[in-house]
Ligand binder design. Sequence first.
Ligand code: ADP
Ligand code: MG
Ligand code: ZN
Length: 495
Amino acid sequence: MNYDDAMASYDPVMGLEVHVELGTRTKMFCGCSTTLGAEPNSQTCPTCLGLPGSLPVVNAIGVESAIKIGLALNCEIAQWCRFARKNYFYPDMPKNFQTSQYDEPIAFNGYLDVQLEDGEIFRVQIERAHMEEDTGKSSHIGGATGRIHGASHSLLDYNRAGIPLIEIVTKPIEGAGVRAPEVAKAYVAELRELIKALGVSEARMDKGQMRCDVNLSLRPHGREKFGTRSETKNVNSLRSVERAARFEIMRHATVLDDGGTIVQETRHFHEEDGSTTAGRIKDNAEDYRYFPEPDLVPIAPALAWVEELRAALPELPRLRRARLQGEWGLSDQDMQSVLNAGAVQPILETIAAGAPADQARKWWMGELARRANESGTDLSEQPITPGQVARVCALVAEGKLNDKLARQVIEGVLAGQGEPDEVVAARGLAVVSDDSALGAAVDQAIADNPAIADKIRDGKVAAVGALVGAVMKTTRGQADAARVKDLILQKLGAA
Ligand code: ADP
Ligand code: MG
Ligand code: ZN
């Protein structure tokens, strides 16, 4: 069934659960380091390994970050709340329970306004934001797929076990209609910007620092009662969030139209074709035997502290976007395309790295947006950094590259050929402005085009463009066009 047919009969309801790994220096309940990419199991201790007799201590920055997120999401902040044990067995969770929060989250009842592609604002209600900890990581070895099925053995790395997580859960999102997948993507995008603006996490989805579970159900138009939901786990890019929602809408509609029933289950998302497949059955009877964590004192943030944090919140993304639009002098429409391309942050970082605003915008919205589009990836995932784009801008400003060469340098950086300067050197891309190197090409162009040369000698200076073009062609775009023009005029006595 296609999307439009599905939407003609059904109304989607969504729930988004986003996990954000905080960027704290140490773990949530012990002093172990959180640095990514360390030797497996080198960042562990008795507490995060769940050894008998070890005791947790709460990371104050973790709590502070949770409150900041709650405030930025317009939530109420609990005056008193506790951690709870969520009991289940999984090898990558050494304590056999996850320290989380259950009926007493630190933040609850908020909302986040998100802007859709046409500029419309959609309000997503937030159920809660609570603190918990990440699990370790299993790698299944010996099979073809990397999944546990078919593997000969598994390896466990507990470096990630105990890294602070904030889980942000929406209330059921109703009323989005055909735009449900777009709302899901816009919500996660806005949340990511917010988290980054707060400085509590880099929120890189490609590094697993932020991941989203997409709950989705359909109900026939006009029916109030929700349908049964599926829960697509760990979706890890903005585009995938949108695709997962879209795929589930079509899948649910197909099952329901055939008179089937949707089972409440988790599902896996597949990047290659945007499909989902069944995971484990998850009915509401699932029992984690939650109980209050006896080894940790309750959290009772002083009102004065909460107000201090509220007063110190940075400018939030929506207001900042309005300010930037003014500073960059963009029309509503131009600003909207920058937003739709996800280019605000890359542009800002490129400006911070020294590029002029118009140049930064030009490269991210031109060449790089086009490539992102072609490859169906997010702009922020392009293998080029804002610092590298800024360096390309600087080379153009210094006259060492023209736009055509700059495009080739960007192409080289994207292809993994190194830093901009390395690509320039390796491909020999610098603009040629040296008169002796240009002289021969200029003489040749004059000799090849005697009629045009005569016009210029007679004072028709505007004709010089054709000769400059000829030189650019023979130098394969590498000549400094301004210098070429000067040389031609000099040689023809028209300067
Ligand atoms: P669980 O831990 O089982 O995933 P949560 O309450 O943490 O349950 O999250 C469920 C998410 O799904 C929430 O965002 C909630 O608003 C949403 N949700 C609940 N029921 C439905 C439904 N029938 N259809 C779509 N979303 C739902
Ligand atoms: Mg869930
Ligand atoms: Zn530890």
